[in-house]
Design a protein around this ligand. Structure first.
Ligand SMILES: [Zn+2]
Ligand SMILES: [Zn+2]
Length: 1011
């Protein structure tokens, strides 16, 4: 006996029950045991930030990872299932600051670095545990007790090893540069962190036009434009474009002529003639400005698209300005401190933030008669990727890794990688071609301590391991609890050149070093002996039981066969891991990548808590169920933003019912018939054409899904599945109902085969419901669908499948024609004429039956063809030629080609580029699509009408049987009103058979009674 199914599945309930059973029966352990020693498929998990609960966007990536790990497991691959947590760096710090109510770096230092480090670790411990539970609930199978944490001493040591290698190559340097700076976080940020679209927002800023009076030309002044008043007190130069024309207005303003086309100029000069002119700065009285000689410099990049064509230059407050200071030997005045406040030498402005200072600066300019115009401007402006504070520029010392020598080898390495979708490979190439040097230092606290010990003798000591640190330490080792600040800062080492005691620099590292090293740190790259449970050291002690493997293990699992993360990781994780691996081994750390776009709401808008359209992962799991979410994630193209929401989930649930109802149908009839299948003889040997077709159709589905899985293409998996589920339900089962009724064993065996193969094929995408149904349908096979291998099937008979596809197309079109005529589906018709589907001619009887036509003829359909251009498609392609095409079509001047194409006015139009209507002869309903035309004879005679009424009666009685609660096999006595006497006389036996009536009586009203 099979368990009867409820009308609709309760996904969350099924999932909870299945999870509990997996746990109890140890299914995942059994799977890993089963595949141990098999061929390897090496997956490397990109670490998830253990800093907040997981969101639905995490659910997307986690689902894709799980789908392909499950698929590879069904193919017998031995795999690593190590999950990773990103656990240090700015993102953890910022959240901990918020939760502790700390507002600045000073407050962190007052709070104490040791306590702060502990709070960061606690947050990671808390959220990694929470996220683990969420991922388990989503169905992800990972080795949850053996995660890697990027803040483990092991991970840190491997980065040290990398940095030492970089230093030995001569790529490490300390740079004095102007960089984007977050005044809240008090640190510089790197190009790759800031490059994302989301790090720019529309903001309103002041827009000032300011006069710089010329020293040698009385009454004349340069006019500059700025949106950052705070930079004016640090002005040292004004830049002009040497080849542009500048003009003097009659009120003494010098501006670019191109910017003021309506202005009358009393004198004009080329930009190069202005170079060298000196002017009075707007705030020369400030201490910071003492000794500065302001002058005009040439700069080819001066824009003539905005402002005045003369650019104010403050090298201490802008990156291009800083570069110009090097070329023209300009003084660099740094106006702000770490927190973005004006420094003491800026007199009345000192202590104000860059925002606060705008007003007093503007007021002072006005008072001095230097303000030409003051307004506001809305423009795109960068904000901190982590805390969303608007950024400024500061000139600071940072540590960099030069990208010059590694650029070519990284491009070569990327050439060996297969990207899905393929166009993202070029994005990676573009990123690599344009990447600047890697800014690896952050002026922060809870991060990778950079192991740099610069000595006053000039030697830079770089430590490559904890052992080396211990060997060279002169103090502070006793208190070294873990490789983090403040403990590491207390350790001094001996300089290798001069023996002096040297301290570490204070900076910590970019978090992308942490994530980039994991191909080495988790696989035991240079580890001589295997250390059981040896991975979790330092801050991660107690959080993971992972081993630290040895070098042989690294050889076995490196490089990864596959990695998968969001597209923005091209400039982040895909980049950093590639950089580190190419530097250490010369090779890409991954062979294949699947990348995907962001998750948006169901209307295609970004999800935000503030706009109320964000969906919590837990809510989605509780309300939709994990399988439904996984379907949503898998059915959409990775190269487009993914839409996610409850209405879409309802649609998925509804679509899944097609298959659910097929299983339910099977269970109901198989129980009545006492059908007992056997997994050992799964594939049925059948002879009926319909059964043979379903077996072949199943083979095709399995093969198509397999190719799609192999190509990391879940969209095609889902398309193959949906089309198959439709064919199974709306062709096979519908055409076979009577055979199940009649207890035909072949039909049961064929349907059972189809259902079981579907479960196996769909299991990676919907692991819960498939296992739930498997345990119902398969009673003598593997205990879980996930322990049954992926089905191996013969090549399908594609010719046969194409034939039936054509039959189904004819039927669909015939239904369309009928619908257009307004005739009921149950009303039998005299004949159907089919043109353009000769492959279907062997199936005339099936078509007649489906269409409810007495005869099907294959031949020419007399009809008139009306062809119109499909404007949204054709317009963009043809542009100006469209009217001519439209006219020719209207006049009937076109030729119909094979496959629904048309030749018109010298163009060939594809089927999707035209809208085709056919009108038939009087008395016929016509429908047409892509070269196939059907005509349904709509003339009715008494005989057809009477038969139509018999169908109506059968339908009504069967509905009545259901309403009265009769069982499928119950026999009845049927009473029909006298008005139906003629129907009973003509078709009584047939009606009785269809409704299981032992007797039909004529009475007052319609009624059924159990006999
Ligand atoms: Zn910030
Ligand atoms: Zn020294």
């Amino acid at each position: 006996m099979f368990q009867p199914l409820p009308k609709v599945p309760d996904h969350p309930a099924v999932e909870q029950e299945t999870l509990a059973w997996w746990e109890e029966a140890g299914i995942f352990d059994k799977l890993r045991e089963q595949n141990r020693g098999g061929p390897t498929f090496s997956f490397m998990d990109g670490p998830i930030t253990a800093n907040n609960p997981a969101g639905v966007h995490h659910g997307h990536g986690r689902t894709l990872k799980d789908v392909f790990q499950r698929y590879k497991a069904l193919r017998g691959f031995d795999q690593r299932y190590q999950n990773g947590f990103d656990s240090q760096g700015l993102w953890v710090e910022v959240e901990v600051e918020k939760s502790l109510g700390l507002g600045s770096k000073r407050e962190i230092e007052e709070y104490g670095l040791a306590a702060f480090a502990r709070a960061c670790r606690d947050r990671v411990a808390h959220y990694s545990e929470l996220m683990t539970r969420q991922c388990i609930r989503l169905g992800q199978w990972m080795d949850w007790d053996n995660d890697y944490y990027t803040f483990s001493d092991t991970n840190i040591e491997y980065i040290w090893r990398f940095l030492k290698a970089i230093h030995e190559k001569g790529w490490l340097y300390k740079g004095h540069r102007s960089t984007q700076w977050c005044p809240r976080c008090g640190t510089s940020l790197s190009q790759h962190e800031q490059a994302g679209e989301e790090n720019y927002v529309e903001m309103e800023h002041p827009s000032l036009y300011v006069r710089f009076p010329l020293r040698e030309r009385k009454g004349e002044a340069l006019v500059v434009w700025t949106t950052t008043p705070w930079t004016l007190p640090a002005n040292v130069a004004a830049a002009v474009r040497p080849d542009a024309e500048y003009g003097l207005t009659n009120d003494g303003r010098w501006v670019a002529v191109a910017r003021y086309p309506d202005e009358e100029f009393v004198e004009t000069k080329r930009g190069e003639q202005l170079v060298g002119w000196q002017y009075g700065g707007p705030f020369d009285e400030l201490e910071a400005q003492s000794g500065v000689v302001h002058r005009v410099i040439p700069w080819d990049e001066v824009s003539l698209d905005e402002g005045t064509g003369i650019v104010h230059i403050a090298p201490g407050a802008g990156s291009e300005d800083f570069e110009l200071s090097r070329v023209h030997d300009l003084p660099v005045l740094a106006p702000i401190d770490e927190a973005g406040r004006m420094l003491a030498p800026y007199g009345p402005f000192a202590g104000l933030t860059t925002v606060e200072v705008a007003e007093p600066v503007t007021a002072a300019l006005r008072e001095r008669g230097l303000l030409v115009e003051a307004g506001t401007i809305t423009h795109r402006y960068p904000i901190c990727w982590r805390c969303k504070t608007p950024l400024v520029f500061r000139v600071v010392d940072d540590w960099f890794i030069s990208a010059q020598e590694i650029r070519r080898p990284m491009l070569d390495a990327n050439d060996t990688v297969e990207w899905t979708p393929p166009q993202y490979k070029k994005r990676m190439d573009d990123w690599l071609r344009n990447m600047g040097d890697w800014n690896i230092s952050r002026k922060r606290y809870f991060g990778l301590p950079l192991p740099f010990y610069p000595c006053e003798c000039g030697h830079l000591n770089v430590i490559g391991s904890k052992a080396e640190l211990e060997q060279r330490a002169v103090s502070g080792l006793d208190g070294l609890e873990e490789l983090h600040r403040p403990w590491i800062d207390a350790v001094q080492i001996r300089c290798a050149e001069c023996d002096r005691a040297v301290s570490r620099i204070e900076e910590v590292g970019d978090a992308w070093l942490d994530a980039g090293i994991v191909h080495f740190s988790t696989l035991g790259w240079q580890n001589e002996t295997w250390i059981e449970h040896g991975y979790a050291t330092g801050a991660s002690a107690g959080l993971s039981g992972a081993d630290l493997p040895d070098h042989a293990y690294w050889e076995k699992w490196f490089p990864a066969d596959w990695v998968s993360e969001m597209r923005e990781q091209i400039r982040l994780w895909f980049y950093s891991q590639c950089f580190m691996s190419v530097a250490l081994t010369g090779r890409s750390p991954y062979r294949r990548v699947l990348t995907y776009e962001k998750v948006y709401d169901e209307h295609g808008k970004a999800m935000h808590k503030s706009t109320g359209n964000a969906i919590e992962l837990n809510d989605a799991l509780d309300r939709m169920g994990a399988d439904v979410m996984r379907w949503l994630y898998c059915a959409q193209s990775p190269s487009e933003p993914l839409r996610f929401g409850y209405a879409l989930a309802d649609d998925v649930k509804r679509r899944f019912l097609t298959f659910w109802n097929s299983v339910s149908f099977f269970v109901e009839y198989a129980n009545i018939a006492g059908f007992t299948p056997s997994f050992s003889s799964l594939e049925p040997r059948v002879s009926a054409p319909l059964d043979r077709w379903l077996v072949e159709r199943t083979h095709a589905f399995v093969r198509d899904a397999e190719s799609a899985y192999e190509a990391y293409d879940t969209v095609s998996v889902m398309k193959a599945y949906e089309s198959y589920a439709d064919a199974l339900s709306n062709w096979y089962i519908r055409r076979s109902r009577r055979r199940f009724w009649n207890d035909e064993q072949d039909a049961f065996a064929t349907l059972w085969y189809a259902l079981v193969q579907t479960l196996r094929t769909l299991a990676p995408v919907m692991p819960f419901i498939t296992d739930h149904l498997w345990r119902n349908l398969v009673q003598d096979g593997p205990e879980s669908v996930h322990l049954a291998p992926f089905p191996e099937v013969a090549q399908p008979d594609r010719a046969l499948l194409a034939e039936i596809d054509e039959v189904r197309r004819v039927v669909t079109l015939a239904h369309q024609a009928r619908a257009s005529s307004g005739l009921k589906l149950r009303q039998p018709l005299r004949r159907l004429i089919v043109e353009g589907a000769n492959g279907a001619s062997a199936h005339a009887d099936e078509i007649a039956d489906e269409v409810r036509a007495k005869a099907v003829e294959f031949g020419a359909v007399e009809s008139q063809l009306l062809v119109k251009p499909n404007l949204p498609v054709l317009g963009p392609r043809l542009g100006k030629e469209l009217p001519a095409i439209r006219q020719a079509l209207q006049a009937g001047e076109f030729e119909e080609l094979e496959g629904g194409r048309f030749r018109v006015a010298g163009h060939e139009l594809e089927p999707n580029e035209v809208l085709v209507e056919r009108s038939g002869r009087e008395g016929f309903a016509v429908a047409s699509e892509s070269g196939l035309t059907v005509a349904l004879d709509t003339e009715l005679d008494d005989e057809l009408l009477l038969e139509g009424r018999a169908y109506d009666l059968i339908r009504t009685v069967n509905q009545l049987r259901k309403d009265e609660g009769l069982q499928i096999m119950d026999r009845i006595v049927l009473t029909v009103p006298a008005s139906e006497r003629d129907v009973v006389e003509a078709h009584g036996d047939w009606v009785a058979r269809e409704v299981l009536a032992t007797e039909i009586r004529i009475g007052d009203a319609l009624g059924v009674e159990k006999s």
